[in-house]
Design a protein around this ligand. Structure first.
Ligand code: G6P
Length: 608
């Protein structure tokens, strides 16, 4: 994880570095640091948020025209000033995102060479290793390349040196990194949002690229020194999209942006009555047509989207579907079928486990690969044969909301395309499904109107330690997502169960202090769910039921019912997740937690 920024420009780069870090805080926020060259090497580090570092920089009037900066999500070593980046060796400073897997062996060797370590991080070996290389390879660019050849693992790195203030050397292997080309200098960062303040002209580095940025330009080479050119791309990211505007939190903003995010995502379908496989890429028709089964690989909320999709893919398209947590799949002995469509789902497209799971699937001979992703330039999108880019816009809140609902929309489109190709859907039925899908943004808008009532419910959760979420069928993954949201941002321990499993264990936990939240749309399983809810009520559990307008579940003592305005058939998962997002948001407000940056978490998990 972690975010990095680097700059070489005709101005004091400290404000640019700090603003860049603020934009990257979603990647990690337990400590931050920067270093600038101004005759000597000035390094500042602070535990906590970027604001702490900014205050320090202000107090000492930090300034320089060449600099690097870092916001950290601790992997090796606790969050502390000594473990915060940049790490230094002599007059050299390094910031790093990723994990150096062979850091222990390197550390021993460097110690034997006389290098003293002052942190517990894996990164510090990079600083000493480059410093050591400089003794025999005096050019910084060459010395960094020589050091990289000895590193195993993942990194985005920036390195600079006191007696060579005209440049910063950056490198990428497995962690995102791009360059920003501006009139007054050259910049680098983990993502485009950090650099929009200075430029829109971006160059995305590939794995194995190493670059030198200077005031007057940049050059890129592979680790072996072979020069390479990468295209300059005009970023389409809107600066407004990453601003909070009138909202109190990004999560709130992103929940309320869902109607627009869904409408934008569905825009590429237009008013069509029928979908073309080409929606998923030029080669999609063949790849989808011949697929015998679907394997979905994802993590976190994206995995929940995959779980919902399994119900759709099997019921509507009649194609067998397995959904696996990426970090499990990559290390499991499985039975591959080369005719599998491998669907990776990721908001960021940089999740290390999802990328590795994709590589694993490919190594097993599965080449029909599709990414459903919100970031067009991400590693995942670049590595799959097919892609569908959701248009949720940047998601900053760590707890994913609009990315999830747009992933569901994409997965429903995939279901319809596969259903058509497999002869499971006639033209009229497809046109009806598409019409229903196009109505979802408006339907979500109506669900958002329930916010005042949900806010009232949230007050009842303030003192609770635990909560249980129940759902059935395709709403079981929605219950899982509701529980994840609640634990992520309010720190209330929450679990989700398919309601039918209640009697096989979790019922033992139910008492007056255990609120039970039920996702209860008016579908074929409603009557079964109602019986499960009776079992809860009979044990004194307090029920909070999200029903549909036409579900016959009455409000009564200990049973609170909120009705969603419309019943939405197969698509109701897209609606029923929204009140659960709002509930966790308002419970977090009641508890006073940091909604957008929950403790110990980060948005983009680029480490294993
Ligand atoms: C982190 C985020 C989650 C996200 C998960 C997978 O845990 O906090 O919100 O669902 O990573 O991320 P991805 O970018 O692959 O969807």
């Amino acid at each position: 994880m972690c975010g990095i920024v680097a700059a070489v420009a005709d101005r004091n780069v400290v404000p640019v570095l700090l603003e860049g870090l603020r934009k990257l805080e979603y990647r990690g926020y337990d400590s931050a640091g920067l270093a600038v060259l101004n005759g000597g090497l000035q390094r500042l580090r602070a535990v906590g948020r970027v604001a702490e570092l900014a205050a320090q920089a202000d107090a000492v009037r930090a300034a320089g025209t060449t600099g690097i900066a870092h916001t950290r999500w601790a992997t090796h070593g606790v969050p502390s000033e000594r473990n915060a980046h940049p790490h230094v060796s002599g007059g050299l400073a390094v910031v790093h995102n990723g994990i150096i897997e062979n850091h222990e062996a390197l550390r021993e060797r460097l110690k034997a060479d006389g290098y003293a370590f002052t942190s517990d991080t894996d990164t510090e070996v990079v600083a000493h290793l480059v410093e050591k290389k400089l003794k025999s390879v005096p050019d910084l660019f060459d010395a960094v390349r020589a050091a990289l050849a000895e590193l195993e693992g993942a990194y985005a790195l920036a390195v600079m040196r006191e007696d060579d203030p005209s440049r910063v050397v950056v490198a990428r292997e497995g962690s995102p990194l791009l360059l920003g080309l501006a009139d007054d200098g050259c910049y680098a960062a983990s993502d485009a949002s950090a650099l929009l303040q200075v430029t829109r002209r971006m160059v995305y580095l590939e794995n194995g690229d190493c670059a030198e940025i200077r005031r007057d330009g940049q050059r890129i080479a592979r680790i072996d020194g072979t020069p390479v050119e990468r295209p300059v791309i005009e970023s389409q990211l809107s600066a407004d999209a990453v601003e909070l505007g009138t909202y109190d939190h990004y999560m709130q903003k992103e929940i309320f942006e869902q109607p627009d995010a869904l409408a934008n995502t569905l825009e590429m379908v237009g008013a069509a009555r029928s979908l073309q496989p080409g929606l998923f890429g030029a080669a999609a028709a063949d790849a989808l047509q011949g697929a015998r089964q679907v394997l979905i690989l994802a993590c976190g909320t994206s995995w929940h989207a995959g779980l919902v999709a399994r119900y759709w893919l099997e019921a509507i398209a009649g194609i067998p579907c397995a959904v696996e947590i990426a970090s499990e799949y990559r290390y499991r002995d499985s039975v591959p079928d080369p005719e599998t469509l491998v669907v990776t789902i990721s908001q960021s497209g940089e999740t290390a486990d999802t990328l590795a799971a994709l590589q694993h699937a490919r190594s097993l001979g599965m080449t029909r690969t599709l990414a459903i992703c919100n970031v067009p330039e991400s590693s995942l999108v670049r590595e799959t044969a097919l892609r569908f880019i959701t248009r949720a816009g940047p998601e900053i809140g760590v707890a994913s909301t609009k990315a999830f609902t747009t992933q569901l929309a994409a997965l429903y489109l995939l279901t319809l395309v596969l259903a058509r190709l497999r002869g499971r859907l006639d033209a009229a039925a497809e046109a009806r499904e598409l019409k229903a899908l196009r109505h979802v943004p408006a339907a979500v808008q109506k669900v958002l109107d329930l916010e005042p009532a949900i806010k009232d419910w949230a007050r009842l959760f303030g003192g609770k330690q635990h909560a249980l979420f129940l759902g059935r069928g395709r709403h079981y993954p929605i219950a899982l997502e509701g529980a994840l949201k609640l634990k992520e941002i309010s720190y209330i321990h929450a679990e989700a169960y398919p309601a039918g499993e209640l009697k096989h264990g979790p019922l033992a936990l139910v008492d007056k202090d255990m609120p039970v939240i039920a996702v209860a749309p008016n579908d074929a399983l409603l009557e079964k769910l109602k019986s499960n809810l009776q079992e809860v009520r009979a044990r004194g559990g307090e029920l909070f039921v999200f029903a549909d307008a036409d579900s016959e579940i009455a409000d009564s003592e200990g049973v609170h019912v909120l009705r969603l305005p419309e019943h939405y058939g197969a698509l109701s998962a897209l609606l029923h997740v929204v009140p659960l997002q709002l509930l966790s948001y308002h419970v977090a407000l009641v508890k006073g937690t940091d909604v957008d940056k929950p403790r110990n978490l980060a948005k983009s998990v680029t480490v294993e």
